[in-house]
Design a protein around this ligand. Structure first.
Ligand SMILES: Cc1cc2nc3c(=O)[nH]c(=O)nc-3n(C[C@H](O)[C@H](O)[C@H](O)COP(=O)(O)OP(=O)(O)OC[C@H]3O[C@@H](n4cnc5c(N)ncnc54)[C@H](O)[C@@H]3O)c2cc1C
Length: 500
């Protein structure tokens, strides 16, 4: 028998000789002696050796534990890369009596690096998400799909859309959102590109533009419909525009007979003098050459100053007409994180200690896109950083509850991989810098490997393989939103019916 427990406020544990007790932080026999412990507080600092009574070697130990609200609750907010990593780590490190609860708005983990391929109909949207319950498998941590509305740090509780969640220790990993820098009309008139839904909606809109353009006989109107502008020359913007370029050359050019290749115009607008900030000048030059060769217009030092329903203004002068302006230009943390006390950096990330603890609240850890660690204030908002911080946060929560010294987070640059559409990518990992077809194969292999779950890996690999033989699946999945042409047509249709 390992443990027999009667839980009635007073708990009795029977421990057979020499069996290693695994009562987590309550410690146990090390094969030589058994220990018992009286705990009179939920305060972890009392769980020290002084509170333990040693039983002689070889005895049958009877462990009496007075349980007074012993069960501690660790709550993790956000089921993205960082939060999930933290929950999985906590599961391994905390004793079974402790509650671990993961709260997230979505019931899935989204593999963001493949989002551009959703917008270009290359892969099925379902194939880049994995439900948290599937990832959890047989692990014991609890999951709650819920939206966090506010955090009361003083009362140690989280207020969610469906109730109140008390915590003893909190891990905040709520990710980020788009930043519009106060540019007039940007939020209302551009297509956001952060979530799975954003990518699916954008995909349907792009297809809708092609459908309308196909039967629009007036050339100028057709060109306006087929002018696609991506604001932001970072990794996401560049990957998105090259994916769209593949889509037009491989699919639209073949299937839409009313559209000529010259009708499509793809433009990237970047406010700074450079795109793909962070990669070497040599690789950047390769990337630029590649984009130009594909007919993508890259406009640097082009600061967006105004956005309208079907135009974008740059540098307070030039107007570009477009029915599709996608915003990938900036990130900002969620308002919940911005409202946390203590210092914040330029994008609103909570500036936390090297152990990822919030200033003045050692029981609160902040990770991923939400955090700027004191030891790595310039760490980029990318998945490897989020995953590493999630792991450190889990270990530090365990250390914190045991009253041990905490670990520091240090940033390790894991390199950059940027896909530039079919058959071409640039790879920069330390001294390893290359571009071209092998870089593209490497990009594919790494992303396939990083996808969570064999099923998803196979599904994406199949999408890629089938895409080389069969045409893309370009069915519009939902009624296109914000389509002025459809809205007009629907209005006219109703009027006609009413007049009959
Ligand atoms: C289009 C795109 C492409 C990207 N490409 C790459 C790439 O190629 N390589 C790379 O390394 N990084 C990439 N990134 C960045 C990477 O996705 C992030 O750095 C990473 O996801 C951050 O992890 P996180 O856990 O901090 O946040 P997230 O993964 O964003 O997770 C946040 C979680 O919090 C939940 N949440 C948010 N608000 C609430 C709330 N109020 N209540 C409850 N739950 C909430 C969300 O549902 C989500 O599950 C990309 C990002 C985007 C948007």
């Amino acid at each position: 028998m390992h443990i027999a427990a009667i839980r009635m406020g007073l708990t009795v544990f029977c421990q057979p000789r020499k069996e290693t007790a695994s009562l987590g932080r309550l410690t146990g026999t090390s094969g030589k002696r058994a220990t018992a412990q009286i705990i009179l507080s939920r305060n972890a600092s009392l769980l020290r050796k002084e509170n333990l009574f040693a039983f002689p070697h070889g005895s049958f130990a009877l462990l009496l534990i007075v349980r007074w609200n012993l069960r501690r609750r660790v709550v993790v907010l956000g089921g993205g890369f960082s939060g999930l990593q933290a929950a999985i780590g906590l599961e391994r490190l905390l004793p079974r009596e402790d509650d671990i609860l993961l709260v997230s708005e979505q019931n899935f983990l989204l593999f963001t690096p493949l989002l551009p391929q959703i917008a270009s109909s290359k892969i099925n949207p379902r194939h880049i998400v994995q439900t948290i319950r599937d990832i959890r498998g047989k692990r014991r941590f609890a999951f709650r799909r819920d939206t966090v509305v506010s955090i009361d740090l003083t009362a140690r509780r989280v207020i969610s859309a469906s109730g109140i969640i008390d915590y003893d220790v909190l891990v905040i990993a709520l990710g980020s959102r788009s930043e519009y820098f106060g540019i007039s009309g940007a939020r209302e008139n551009t297509w956001d590109f952060k979530t799975l839904e954003d990518a699916v909606v954008l995909r349907d809109h792009v297809l809708d533009m092609c459908e309308h353009a196909d039967h629009t006989t007036e050339e100028a109107a057709r060109r306006d419909l087929l002018r696609f502008v991506v604001v932001g020359g970072g990794y996401t913007g560049v990957e998105l525009i090259t994916e769209l370029s593949d889509f037009f050359s491989q699919y639209v050019a073949r299937e839409y007979r009313g559209i000529r290749p010259g009708d499509v115009q793809l433009i990237v607008l970047e406010a700074t003098p450079d795109i793909l900030c962070g990669i070497s000048p040599r690789l950047k030059a390769h990337a630029l050459r590649r984009l130009k060769a594909r007919g993508i217009e890259v406009r640097t030092s082009a600061k967006v100053t105004l956005c309208g329903e079907d135009f974008v203004e740059i540098n307070s002068g030039e107007i570009i007409r477009s029915a599709t302006i996608v915003w990938t230009a900036g990130v900002r943390v969620k308002a919940l994180v911005e409202n946390l006390p203590g210092p914040h950096d330029r994008v609103g990330r909570a500036v936390v200690s090297s152990a990822l603890q919030l200033e003045g609240h050692p029981e609160v850890f902040v990770t991923g896109d939400s955090a700027a660690a004191a030891t790595a204030p310039g760490a980029p908002l990318v998945a490897p950083v989020a995953i590493a911080q999630g792991g450190i946060a889990a270990r530090n929560v365990a250390h914190f509850l045991r009253g041990e010294a905490l670990e520091s987070y240090t940033y390790k640059n894991q390199g950059m991989l940027v896909s530039l559409g079919m058959d071409y990518a640039v790879v920069s990992i330390g001294r390893l810098q290359f571009s071209g077809y092998f870089a593209w194969l490497f990009w594919n292999a790494v992303h396939l490997y990083k996808l969570v779950g064999l099923k998803k890996q196979l599904q994406v690999a199949m999408d890629w393989m089938l895409g080389t033989v069969f045409p893309r699946d370009a069915s519009i999945l939902r009624r296109p939103t914000r389509c002025k042409i459809c809205e007009g047509a629907v209005g006219r249709g109703f009027q006609a019916q009413a007049g009959r």
